[in-house]
Design a protein around this ligand. Structure first.
Ligand code: FAD
Length: 322
């Protein structure tokens, strides 16, 4: 049965995050030929980003611009999104499983008294049902879930559900909705980014991750060079973060970021279960470790037993010659 599905878009510094387009693709599966309505909150001009959501498969977009929505707060976005949901009465809502998605969707679901399927890695329409796949037990297993009653509300893991093809000839209306946004209890005064190149790990296509085996802050330099030649970004194990070799914003794992890049190169990482929880769904995993018994080799597609300080420079040289 066709449904109206709302997609909560997310932008960073004026650019839509890729997971927004993936959420539109998921919404199109859920809507079953119904209507996909994008919603964008922020400050200033949101029309161009609204049009981009239409190019990627939304039928129309509602924007809510307000100075109190300049940065994300659950109070501000909660009020704006609630107003749009009240207006639209959607049968489905989809958002990325990002920091903001993880914060706002349980609150909205609770207000709507609906269920919430979080961190879905797949959405399929099967015999008239919408079935979501999501990881459980830190990614050791997957479960299939459906919402049988009320709003189909879900967050999707970035980099898992392919976005549709951009089509700039798609037409649709971008309308601005005025919402009173007040009583914000948190004021964000400044945002200081720690990640060196600003690439969001959860959306990166190539990640070169370093562990305690890199031995020092300087030990990350060859990894950064490898990331540069491959057009990727650097991540880390908690071992490397705890040792002070890098910032915690780079941590991947159960208590860090969950990533699903096309290529994950683990350098000097043993492969503790808590680390695997954050990266084992990467499409291709390469492990470089001098211990042939290291657990990381159990999840790796390609393993190189050796000293990372020998192997990584050789890889860089080889790739440069390609
Ligand atoms: P180690 O286990 O010390 O491994 C270092 C590896 O480097 C070894 O395999 C060694 O053979 C190899 N090596 C050394 N020198 C070289 C060299 N020159 N060349 C090649 N290989 C070399 N960990 C996470 O990563 N993310 C998390 O989110 C996370 N959350 C946690 C949550 C909880 C509640 C707990 C209890 C733990 C958590 N941990 C997490 C920690 C986790 O258990 C491990 O301690 C951590 O992942 C180990 O990091 P590591 O692999 O870098 O270090």
């Amino acid at each position: 049965m066709s449904k109206k599905v709302l997609v909560i878009g997310e932008a960073r510094e004026g650019t839509l995050r890729n997971v927004t387009f993936e959420a539109i693709a998921a919404a199109n599966i859920i809507s079953d030929g119904g209507e996909v309505v994008g919603v964008l909150c922020g400050e200033g001009q949101l029309e161009e980003m609204g049009k981009e959501m239409i190019y990627y498969g939304a039928d129309r977009v509602t924007t809510v611009a307000n100075e109190n929505l300049k940065t994300y707060t659950s109070d501000g976005y909660g009020q704006a999104l609630q107003a749009v949901i009240d207006d639209e009465s959607p049968e489905g809502i989809v958002m990325g499983h990002t920091s903001i998605g993880k914060d706002i969707t349980p609150k909205l679901a609770s207000r709507l008294e609906s269920g919430l399927i979080s961190d879905a890695t797949e959405v399929v329409a099967e015999d008239g049902k919408i079935v979501f796949t999501r990881p459980i037990y830190s990614g050791k297993a997957f479960e299939k879930k459906e919402i049988t009653d009320g709003i189909i509300f879900a967050t999707i893991r970035p980099n898992n559900i392919p976005a549709g093809q951009r089509d700039d000839s798609r037409m649709g209306e971008v309308t601005e909705k005025s919402v009173e946004v007040g009583n914000i209890r948190t004021i964000i005064k400044d945002i200081i980014r720690k990640s060196s190149d600003g690439v969001d790990l959860s959306e990166a296509k190539v990640i070169i991750a370093g562990g305690r085996g890199v031995k020092s802050e300087e030990g990350f330099e060859p990894l950064e060079q490898l990331a540069e030649v491959l057009g990727g970004t650097v991540g880390a194990s908690r071992g490397a973060c705890d040792a002070g070799y890098c910032d915690y914003s780079l941590q991947i794992g159960q208590t860090g970021k969950v990533v699903t890049p096309d290529l994950y190169i683990a350098c000097g990482i043993s492969g503790a279960i808590q680390h695997l929880a954050g990266m084992s769904n990467s499409k291709v995993i390469v492990a470089i470790n001098k211990d042939p018994e290291a657990n990381i080799f159990n999840v790796a597609d390609y393993g190189i037993v050796g000293d990372l300080f020998d192997v990584v420079p050789k890889l860089i040289e080889e790739i440069k010659q390609m």
